[in-house]
Design a protein around this ligand. Structure first.
Ligand code: UD1
Length: 417
């Protein structure tokens, strides 16, 4: 079991290339099930979550190989319609194989997905939407047996909440269904648009991705294509938090600025300055951050829940009080107890966290229990006085590619042992 060891208070400088987005790569990998031939995904991050998806693809009968950031999926037909529980538990993104395999094979049997325990994370919206498309789904003992006895048929679907996963599930299931599907109250995250771009390039007919209403005209079949995964806006936000707490100046390359439109103003309120040039973002942090007042997480284009944890760690050392309101997941403050060990002054109650910034955190032995919580503890460790020992690094590896190497290249003192 590896741990990360950090000695804090090193100033960061230099530039860093942003990795591809985990939350795009996972639905894209599931989508390759639908595309006959050889799909090439560039900028596909090497993470435990993406490797878990590659294992599922191989199990289903595809060739799935990685050469650095390029993943090639050879799909000459899917051999099976079942996915073992051990594979499903490895990543939350596995739930998207439900819609993809169902659409391709007319049948799928799999267990409920794993992923970080940041809330209950039900999949009722996914199942309801698939049933609207004609799926017959039996749920028993944690397993789902789904069939489309008469094929999937386009339908009008209204989501009660703009769920990212449910929106992606509908795109995957409906793009080869018979007829037109209209999805209202769809999630608008950039990762949805990236999935739609890939599917359209494969021959699908999806209009309106990135907006609340998406229209999907079913086509008979998809053929493979080459596609570059969009950059990871959450990793960008995490790097910004790392630089913000260490009073640093860094440049993040390969950024899509519009994807950070809710994140940058919050760090600007805290005293950071940003300058944008093409796909580069240069930032300079003040010697000490100001508090961020009130920040609410919301579906895109609001402030992303995934960036809330690193932001909370930054607020812990800001001058003044910050209030965070977590509106998406009900259990996203699990790392607060660990930050408290480091000297943070944070109180939580339900969706609220009140953070009274302290002048200084102190290194401690801490343990991560989810992906973004792990990132928050790295942010804290980088600015703390003394040594921090971070356990639970496997959570970080779900979403951050070679993160300690990236931070070392910027001048941080961080090692994996
Ligand atoms: C995705 C992201 C995750 C991000 C989240 C919100 C991936 C692999 N993960 O997760 O990093 O934090 O979007 O931006 O892309 N819900 C239900 N029933 C459902 C589906 C969702 O009640 O059927 C609830 C969830 O419990 C949660 C809210 O809806 O409270 C939003 O979830 P959703 O947008 O679906 O998140 P994920 O797709 O799981």
């Amino acid at each position: 079991m590896s741990k990360l060891y950090m000695t804090g208070q090193k100033r960061l400088s230099g530039d860093v290339q942003l990795q591809g987005a985990k939350n795009s790569a996972l639905p894209l990998l599931a989508a390759t099930v639908l595309a006959q031939g050889e799909s090439v995904l560039y900028n596909c991050p090497q993470l435990s979550d993406t490797e878990a998806s590659l294992r599922i693809l191989r199990w289903l009968g595809c060739g799935a190989e990685r050469c650095d950031g390029v993943v090639i999926v050879k799909n000459d037909g899917i051999a099976r319609h079942d996915i073992p529980d051990s594979f499903m538990r490895q990543t939350r993104g596995s739930v998207l194989f439900l819609g993809a395999v169902l659409a391709k094979q007319g049948r799928v049997r799999l267990s409920l997905p794993g992923g970080c325990e940041i809330g209950q994370r039900p999949i009722d919206m996914h199942l309801k939407a698939l049933r609207r498309l004609g799926a017959v789904i039996k749920e028993r003992h944690g397993w789902l047996d789904c069939r489309a006895p008469h094929g999937l048929k386009g339908a009008d679907i209204a989501l009660p909440f703009p769920s990212v996963g449910a929106t992606e599930e509908v795109l995957l299931a409906a793009c080869t269904a018979e007829g037109v599907t209209t999805l209202t109250n769809a999630a608008r995250e950039p990762e949805i648009s990236d999935l739609a771009d890939y599917l359209n390039r494969c021959g699908a007919c999806i209009r309106g991705a990135g907006e609340s209403v998406i229209r999907i005209e079913g086509v008979r079949a998809l053929r493979s294509c080459a596609h570059a995964v969009i950059p990871d806006r959450i990793v960008a936000a995490t790097l910004i938090a790392c630089a913000a707490v260490t009073g640093s100046s860094i440049t993040v390359k390969g950024v899509i600025h519009s994807h950070l439109s809710a994140v940058l103003p919050v760090f600007e309120d805290a005293g950071c300055t940003f300058s944008a040039k093409e796909n580069e973002l240069h930032m300079t942090a003040p010697a000490r951050l100001h508090s961020m007042k009130i920040v609410r997480t919301m579906p895109y284009p609001g402030f992303p829940t995934d960036a809330q944890s690193p932001l909370l760690a930054a607020a812990a050392v800001a001058d003044g009080t910050t209030v965070l309101i977590e509106n998406i997941f009900e259990n996203r403050y699990r790392h607060v107890a660990e930050l408290t060990r480091m000297g943070a002054d944070i109180k939580t109650e339900g969706k609220f966290a009140v953070i009274d910034g302290v002048p200084q955190l102190y290194g401690a032995a801490v343990e991560a229990t989810d992906l973004r919580g792990a990132a928050a503890l790295v942010v804290a460790g980088l600015c703390a006085e003394g040594k921090t020992e971070l356990d639970g690094v496997k959570y970080l590896d779900r979403g951050y590619e070679h993160f300690e190497q990236v931070l070392t290249s910027l001048g941080a003192d961080i090692k994996r042992i």
